[in-house]
Design a protein around this ligand. Structure first.
Ligand SMILES: Cc1ncc(COP(=O)(O)O)c(C=O)c1O
Length: 401
């Protein structure tokens, strides 16, 4: 699909400035393309379900209906071919509240948790803020693409204090979709060293049309036994503000500790909006999601084309099969001006073009030469953003000479 092909539901203007949006709290001339939420209205069935719930006018305590867990189990079966027992699913108020709680319930203070930077920065907070230690297994970046350094991973997992690994599947910020083989190999190594896995699959639903996501727990029997899977409709259906997430886990012992943990931490209490939006998303919004995936791909293809045409020697967009995020290698530009990191360029973009991106260094040491750009927005803003980026990159290099 070309950027000139417009889809009304995704390409019409939506004003987010008057709703206290974290992303859109900016000056008039600025264009925020950083935090990972989208500018699209959510699926109509979700809005309808929320309106219906609001119309009732009573907002007392909530029990989670069976329909909630059945909707989630059906979703994983239909979309990813994976059997999830509905009784094994636990509600949480967010993926990060769940991960922080799991870090507390599955490890002891000063033990170590393996992550694969550059990776979603809040993983580090969940580990460090709980007095645990980070063990980095940096991804290999070669020929403009990412892969896993399995020798280093085995080395890290063999540390007797390594108790947990957080896998980001698919990977944020790179958008990498891990293969079944990669996932099974991670599981095998973790089992060998008795390390439990949390698989964060919050980005799994936004995927290149034609491809399918492989859940970590579906890659092998071992993976299923040693892992807890966390996910949420929040990224794909743009409902992050409703604080709705869940995890599931097959192993009874592991599940008991995880469920006990989120209850002790008080992050397992549902609110009505979270419950009913999840049911509406998973039961009635698959077609909307399929269209969203087309739009995300259209926007990424356009970004790749513009970068290739206007600043190929300065920037490289890492190819990816998931997310609406572009992970942009700025090495060409940095080498030209002698900058060690992309931070100054990121600041320059905001100051001189109004474009607000995320600086890659927040995702780890090996992200310092990258910027992340959120393309989950309508076509005319994608075009505007890419124009600001390409103009900014060329001006930055010219002005520095
Ligand atoms: C990989 C990953 N996990 C978790 C989250 C946040 O999840 P939640 O808002 O449900 O805590 C994000 C948000 O960007 C993310 O990218």
């Amino acid at each position: 699909m070309d950027i000139t092909e417009r889809i009304p539901q995704f390409d019409e203007p939506v004003d987010r400035t008057a709703i206290s949006s974290m992303k859109w709290n900016v000056a008039d001339s600025e264009l925020p393309m950083w935090v990972a939420d989208m500018d699209f209205q959510t699926a109509p069935c979700i809005t309808e379900a929320l309106k219906k719930r609001v119309a009732n006018g009573t907002f007392g305590y909530t029990d989670i209906p069976d329909e909630w867990s059945t909707a989630i189990a059906n979703w994983w079966k239909t979309r990813y071919g994976m059997d999830v027992d509905p009784t094994h699913i636990t509600f949480t108020t967010g993926v990060i509240p769940a991960i922080s709680s799991l870090v507390r319930s599955l490890t002891n203070v000063a033990e170590k948790v393996v992550i694969q930077p550059p990776v979603y920065n809040i993983f580090t907070n969940s580990i460090v803020n709980n007095g645990r230690r980070v063990l980095n297994n940096p991804l290999i970046y070669s020929n403009g693409e990412y892969s896993i350094d399995f020798d280093d991973l085995e080395n890290k997992l063999s540390d007797p204090l390594a108790r947990l690994m957080i896998v980001c599947n698919p990977h944020n910020p790179s958008g990498n979709v891990w293969s079944r083989d990669d996932l099974a190999r991670i599981g095998e190594l973790c089992a060998k060293y008795d390390v439990t896995v949390i698989s964060d699959e919050i980005h799994c639903d936004v995927i290149r049309p034609g491809l399918t996501h492989t859940p970590f727990a579906a890659a092998s029997e071992t993976n299923r036994r040693i892992s807890v899977t966390c996910s949420s409709p929040s990224k794909a259906f743009n409902v992050a503000g409703l604080q709705s997430a869940y995890f599931f886990c097959d192993d009874a012992g592991l599940r008991a500790r995880a469920v006990r943990g989120v209850n002790t931490d008080e992050v397992a209490e549902p609110n009505d909006f979270a419950v009913f939006s999840t049911i509406a998303a998973y039961e009635h919004s698959a077609d909307w999601l399929d269209q969203l995936c087309q739009v995300a791909q259209r926007n990424k293809d356009y970004a790749n084309r513009v970068i290739g045409e206007r600043c190929a020697e300065l920037l490289h967009m890492v190819p990816s099969d998931s997310t609406y995020l572009a992970w942009i290698d700025c090495s060409g530009l940095l080498d030209r001006v002698g900058d060690a990191t992309a931070e100054r360029f990121c600041d320059y973009l905001r100051e001189h073009t109004g474009l607000i991106l995320s600086y890659g260094g927040i995702y780890g040491e090996n992200g310092v030469r990258f910027l992340r750009m959120n393309l989950g927005t309508r076509a005319d803003l994608v075009i505007d953003g890419l124009n600001r980026l390409a103009t900014g990159a060329n001006d930055y290099v010219r002005n520095d000479r």
